[in-house]
Design a protein around this ligand. Sequence first.
Ligand SMILES: Cc1cc2nc3c(=O)[nH]c(=O)nc-3n(C[C@H](O)[C@H](O)[C@H](O)COP(=O)(O)OP(=O)(O)OC[C@H]3O[C@@H](n4cnc5c(N)ncnc54)[C@H](O)[C@@H]3O)c2cc1C
Length: 383
Amino acid sequence: MDFQFTEEHDSLREMVRRFSETEMRPLVDEAEETERFPRGLFKRWADLGLLGARYPIADGGAGSDKISDCIIREEMARVCQSFAAVWSAHTHLGIWPIWRAGTAAQKRRFLAPALRGERISGFALSEPDGGSNIRALRTQARKVAGGYAISGSKTFITNAPIADFLLLAARTRPELTAESISLFILELPCRGVAISPLKKEGIRGSETGLIALEDAFVPDDCLLAEREGNYPVVLESLVENRVGVSANCLGMARAALEAADRYAHERIAHGRPIGQHQAVAHRLADMAAEIEAVRWLVYYGAWRVDRGDLDPATASKVKLIASETAVKATRDAMQILGGNGLMREYPVARFHRDALVYVIGEGTSEIQRNIIARAMGHLGGSR
Ligand SMILES: Cc1cc2nc3c(=O)[nH]c(=O)nc-3n(C[C@H](O)[C@H](O)[C@H](O)COP(=O)(O)OP(=O)(O)OC[C@H]3O[C@@H](n4cnc5c(N)ncnc54)[C@H](O)[C@@H]3O)c2cc1C
């Protein structure tokens, strides 16, 4: 294991931190209150080169690496996980498979404008009857002249209410097998597609939708790679993104520790700052130690992505530990803030609500444990 941050990484972190503090933070309260994402951020992200960090220059990206991608996520999520979640659904879930498997024409038409912030994307996989069990998805794509007619439903889809296109998974054959799942680029608006916004407890400043599809027409050239049966691309995409969202978790956990640490210095109870009470000090010490461990794990995972040898079990270990630590750190911060932990005037309850999203989304903690256990030869897996 041999990795370290370069000068470019350090200056990227500094730039994203400054941008997040000065341009994102002032937008947070209104986005949380209205549950609307401030779309102008896409232009700023593009201007600053933040949308394509992980993609090659030849494809319209910035030509840096996964470590840079994780630095951006960490610093943005430290200020606002809602916005960082929108960024993640767009820069990874909606377009990574197009970059990985799309035709040259699909990259020109969808990937390039997405990296310029001109078109917003998202990824529609989960269904009301198929969340953890991806293979149970029922949305059907029926072959018709010149394309496919897609019918079914998708739920919990980040960015759906604001997206210009969605990468959508549907069956091109009736059997409930992985091989019969194909990926489509669904341009919006589209006749036969109705999107209803969902109200959420966490990441309220991101927009999430329920999608009903009834014979929605997608032309042949919007079938990913113009080839049916792309399930392995979905899996590859999800594995890499488990490291990505772990960097978001690191950002939220850090934000919680910073808020709690500050408060413990300032708040006086029983005649002294609460950080002088051992129970509070030890809680802070545990938070600091656990977050430090997550930092190493996240950047180790990113380094493995950059080397091209990240395996699914390692990605799941990173995501399991990072997401559970974010939930614990944000909960600990609420406890340290006492009554103020529940007040909207302080952001720690928001950090906690937001952290809960990643023990569910991108594969629940139980699913991460299943993947890790299977790689160990348990639960029907093989060594
Ligand atoms: C805010 C938010 C944003 C999201 N964004 C997107 C998005 O952009 N695109 C998208 O496609 N999806 C998205 N999702 C969906 C998310 O990926 C699913 O919610 C998640 O995969 C869990 O699926 P489910 O909700 O159907 O839960 P279920 O699969 O019904 O699981 C319910 C419970 O049962 C447990 N469980 C299920 N199966 C097993 C098993 N085999 N072993 C042990 N325990 C099990 C789960 O761990 C969980 O605790 C989002 C979800 C949220 C909350």
